[in-house]
Design a protein around this ligand. Sequence first.
Ligand SMILES: C[S@@+](CC[C@H](N)C(=O)[O-])C[C@H]1O[C@@H](n2cnc3c(N)ncnc32)[C@H](O)[C@@H]1O
Length: 393
Amino acid sequence: MAQVVSDTVRQYVKELKERGAIKTRQVECAFLRVERHKLVEWVYLKDDKGEFECEGWRLAKRKFDPRKPDLELLKIIYSMRPLSTRVNPPSSSSEPTLVANMLELLELKKGMNVLEIGAGTGYNAALMQEIVGSSGHITTIDIQDDVVEQTRRLLQASGYAEIEVIATDGAEGFPENAPYDRVIATVGCPDVSPRWAEQLGSNGFMLIPLQHGAEGFNPLVHIWKEEERLLGKFVGLSGFMSIQGKLGIEQKPSFEDIARICSRKPKAVHPLPDIFKEIAESWENKGRSEFISFLPFMGIVGDKKALSFNPPSFWDGEKGAAIVAQDGVALYGDESLLDDLKSLGELWERFGRPGFLAWHLEFLPRHRAGEIPEGERTWVIERRFFREIARLA
Ligand SMILES: C[S@@+](CC[C@H](N)C(=O)[O-])C[C@H]1O[C@@H](n2cnc3c(N)ncnc32)[C@H](O)[C@@H]1O
């Protein structure tokens, strides 16, 4: 069995490298060392006949014994899929390509002190512990007590007893172990918590999946301090479940709304406006550059109307939704959505197709944000604690 597990892990790591998710030797070594299957006791698999429902999907529960691994489940655990490990409220071990991407973006070094919001199975915490080594420290928080109990136990059994797994609302951070070199959230956040900013060391940074539209539309934002200011830039995309507790909000549209829309037959399918032909094609092509560049634009300039990124789609609470596919725009609502989408594409063109790095973000505490800045290339997103100012270079 040990040989089967080790071959399976090697194949899994090889695939993560081939997909470009693992880039550095240190992240590769961490993925080779941490055994994901030892942090799982059961999984929920998509199954139309399953008795559970979560985020618009039907799921069936399958027990897993890490000491006597079922080979079929072992294969699933070392596939590129996220693993659903709790429902209502949900928890999971995230998609491995996303976990690897975020680890690369974190630029961890030996001895660093890291805070993670969203412990889940503890897989990411164990990977980070491997990289920061015995001189570093990982504190990971989860809001679900039973998740914390299981994760603490399984991390200990897997040789990661030094990781501190805390049961509390991650919105408060964990001041006892601050200042942190890195703060990472592995859950979708509708805002940045002021506590994370306070607990971040002056040379550190945060990596936050920050919602810019519908539930699950969470571009990854790298946020750092510059004197008194909190600045940010987009560094990637992600599609996490949403945070619960103090930072939680009512989601519009929610995962359930999105699943409901996509399961219906569209009212009409219209030919793609020219600008979207390239966007749709680039989704199919490897680079995906046009498509990826358009997304933050849609989330910020489109008044948070990004619905999801796979496929790119546009939502209006009153009018309905429009989904961009290779063969056309599927309309689930008012015809005028097509014009709205077209105007947004034209505006993106007029601004020179800005990509991720063209955006300069600043987070001003709402209580002392002052006047709302104006400018042809400046947009404002009001969040609960912060006013996000997004400027195009
Ligand atoms: C996608 S999972 C995290 C995956 C995890 N990092 C791993 O490696 O398996 C998201 C987790 O965030 C937790 N969560 C949701 N709201 C939270 C909050 N306010 N504070 C801390 N954890 C929270 C959920 O309970 C869930 O376990």
